[in-house]
Design a protein around this ligand. Structure first.
Ligand code: NAD
Ligand code: LMR
Length: 336
């Protein structure tokens, strides 16, 4: 019953507020000097729920922090540079957003980033376990499908893992689907509702077009083309940037939206719903993105699989083995 009411409210765009809001949260961005980190930090500096913005990176954060600190919003900005300062950047954090790590170049898959990025996620997760074990942690770093299980295993080893507090950020897939559908239908993309489930790479990205509102009408060929475009949208940007990296600005927008939703949930706002890649029992894959209700402790309720048509069921069948492989790779790495 709660599920139905919540879904209905969400589809209508209804947002209700509770009393007793706190309005002062510390957010740490790990990788804050990067292509995503800088615009993401700029957007977070403008979020009224943030009072402390900690910017951590292995380079350039004193300058980024000094620059952002001149913006006339209430949050205090501080820069932390190098592994010695990671712990201080995390102490007392309510939300940690992680875009630290290398991006793709043309011809690479997200999985090709594993060798460098897995170690970065391991180190940051160890420090989170020591310095802010109750924080909500949002991982942007690729391969997301593998980095989130790595973080889970590290937090488990430290005895502080709470599956409700660890998220892989797949919001950009939803943002893209809304943009493409909105422009195709000639409606404001902000009014489009669409669940994108599964993981965050190729065939594991499953846009549930049959559930989009307004409905994306088209023949099977049009639907398949749009599905593949959403699945391959990251590669579209990597190719267009021709060696200069992957999506940064749209990712900063998506990351700020997701972090903002985590903060709204923490702050007691009701019916905050986002798709995110979390520990899950919804399918055979032990991590899977579905729409979630966010609350004071992170995941308040997993809304489960949306209704799928036969084509989408086939997409799900294709996604599961790939996801399971990606997840196992992360578990093996963390336990090696
Ligand atoms: P970038 O190279 O521009 O920035 C990465 C930043 O991470 C750099 O400032 C670098 O100094 C920093 N860094 C490296 N090692 C670090 C460490 N040990 N601790 C802290 N910071 C460290 O790359 P980018 O374009 O910002 O992309 C970052 C990551 O986000 C990539 O892995 C990319 O694939 C991923 N990404 C994910 C999504 C998504 O939808 N989840 C979208 C776009 C990009
Ligand atoms: C994206 O979807 O844009 C990111 O995952 C970056 C990439 O490598 O495609």
């Amino acid at each position: 019953m709660l599920k139905q009411v919540t879904k209905q409210l969400a589809l209508q765009g209804v947002r209700t507020f509770s009393v007793g809001q706190q309005n002062n949260y510390k957010v740490t961005v790990c990788g804050a000097a990067g292509g995503i980190g800088q615009p993401l930090s700029l957007l977070l500096k403008q979020n009224p729920l943030v009072t402390d913005l900690a910017l951590y990176d292995i380079v350039h954060t004193p300058g980024v922090a000094a620059d952002l600190s001149h913006i006339d919003t209430k949050s205090k900005t501080a820069g932390f540079i190098g592994a010695d300062q990671l712990g201080d950047s995390l102490k007392g954090s309510d939300v940690v957003v992680i875009p630290a790590g290398v991006p793709r170049k043309p011809g690479m898959t997200r999985d090709d980033l594993f060798n460098v990025n897995a170690g970065i996620i391991k180190d940051i997760s160890n420090s989170i376990a020591k310095n802010c074990p109750k924080a909500l942690v949002a991982i942007i770093t690729n391969p997301v499908n593998t980095c989130v299980p790595i973080a889970a295993e590290i937090l488990k080893k430290a005895g502080v893992y709470d599956p409700k507090r660890l998220f892989g950020v797949s919001t950009l897939d939803v943002v893209r689907a809304r943009a493409f559908i909105g422009h195709a239908l000639g409606v404001d993309p902000q009014t489009v509702q669409i669940p994108v489930i599964g993981g965050h790479s190729g065939v594991t990205i499953l846009p549930v077009l049959s559930q989009s509102q307004p409905l994306f009408k088209g023949n099977q060929d049009t639907i398949e083309k749009l599905t593949v475009r959403i699945q391959e949208a990251g590669t579209e940007v990597v190719k267009a940037k021709a060696g200069a990296g992957s999506a940064t600005l749209s990712m900063a927008y998506a990351g700020a939206r997701f972090a903002g939703s985590l903060l709204k949930g923490l702050n007691g706002e009701k019916n905050v719903i986002e798709c995110s890649y979390v520990q899950s029992t919804v399918t055979e894959a032990t991590f899977f993105s579905t729409p979630l209700v966010l609350g004071k402790n992170g995941v308040q309720e997993n809304l489960g699989l949306p209704k799928l048509n036969d084509y989408e069921k086939k997409l799900l069948e294709a996604a599961i083995p790939e996801l399971k492989k990606n997840i196992q790779k992360g578990i093996d790495f963390a336990n090696a």
